[in-house]
Ligand binder design. Sequence first.
Ligand code: COA
Length: 444
Amino acid sequence: MTTVGIDAVEIRTGNLKLDLPETFAPEKGEDPEKYTKGLGLHASSFPDVYEDIVTMGANAAKRLMDRKGLEPDDIGRIDVATESAFDHSKPASTYIAGCLEDVYEGDFHHANKGERKFACVAGTQAVDDAVNWIQAGKNRGRAALVIATDTALYERGDSGEATQGAGAVAMLIDEDPSLTSVDPVQGFGSADETDFLKPNQQFPSVDGKRSMQVYLARMREALQDVESQRDLHPDDFAVVPFHIPFPGMVRKGAALGFRHISRGTDVEEELAEEIGMQPRREDFEDDEAFRDALTEYTDDLTGTDRYREWYDRTVEPTLGISRHVGNWYTGSVHLARASALKEAREGGRDLDDAEMMVCSYGSGAQAEIHIETVQPGWEEEIAQLNVDEQLRARKDITFAEYEQIHEVHNYDETTDIDAFTTPEEEFVFDGWGRMGERKYTYVE
Ligand code: COA
């Protein structure tokens, strides 16, 4: 079978930054450490007045195409994953293609375009679709562009306000990829849940605490599904990127994952001297007693050197970017992969042919866990990211400015304020068309 996977990646952050411990926490009367230590977040990215899911997606795609020397004719498919769509019919991919056609020779009339929806897991589903399309031999030599783009804003006063963010990740899916191959092993955990939803409304209805339980429950099912296809061991994987609604959630997901994949292995035996064997359901009278024992075991586990070493090597490097941008919904797990590869390159870590276990999740709810293999040549590709420059260039907004920008992006309000930053060499939102469509232009 041809090797297919992620050939290139680009990251585009919203141009504004809200400092969570310094600016947001004091206004909320909260301890800044709830953000830095509890949630694991330092800042959220926000879109300026002229930014939205289309501009961020198109700007990421343009940098990717320029860098790889691509023309529209090289792309046979454009899929956008988002849960922030402003149009129930016309997919964001058509708007993005329209933007790109304004700056490139040629057009995307030959390209199949769509929009994928399943909360935050949709970005991974779009990658799967693109991989399948190429593996089915339908791509006629062309690559696919997958763009995960979101403005993750919550209603003012909602507990989710602490975890907001805005940005896009563009990925080129192709044969003989430079970054990672997407391998056939794939596990799912999927159930009809009402943890986070937007029934014809812009801002989500969220049961935050429940969504955290559902995240873990679906992840467990997806792990079991993977285990039905291959054995898993903690040392199999060099990197384990999770969907990151906030880094603190990944701390919980990682502990569950490690406990699960070390069960029945030499690692469980090795740890038994220190913290005992893992609780087994058959040894307990009821579910509650079993769950209490599991919680106690997990607390002990996360305090061991063996676990810490595993976490610091495979999970901590995936969180670096997210800590400074917040939740990007569909893009978050892809940000996690990029963050780990970036840190590995900077630290001189050899990841050639190493395996990754990629753990995606979308509320509503579905987890997908799949395996990727890092391709030789990944360092050169990941070195091209300019995310650090972008993060540094964001304007640090005050709380009053945050209140204004939140209103600008609220569809129910008409708030007309000047942009906080000056766009340069980027696509911008440029007003409304005669049928209520959003219009865009490229600013030199
Ligand atoms: N120092 C250190 N840690 C602190 C702290 C302090 N001063 N204050 C609070 N914390 C910790 C809490 O103990 C908690 O960690 P824990 O879950 O490990 O116990 C964490 O910080 C968050 O605090 P909490 O009071 O639970 O925050 P919250 O009520 O504002 O809600 C969410 C947090 C995540 C539920 C909320 O932001 C939300 O609804 N987010 C959107 C939904 C979401 O992202 N779901 C995830 C699955 S997709």
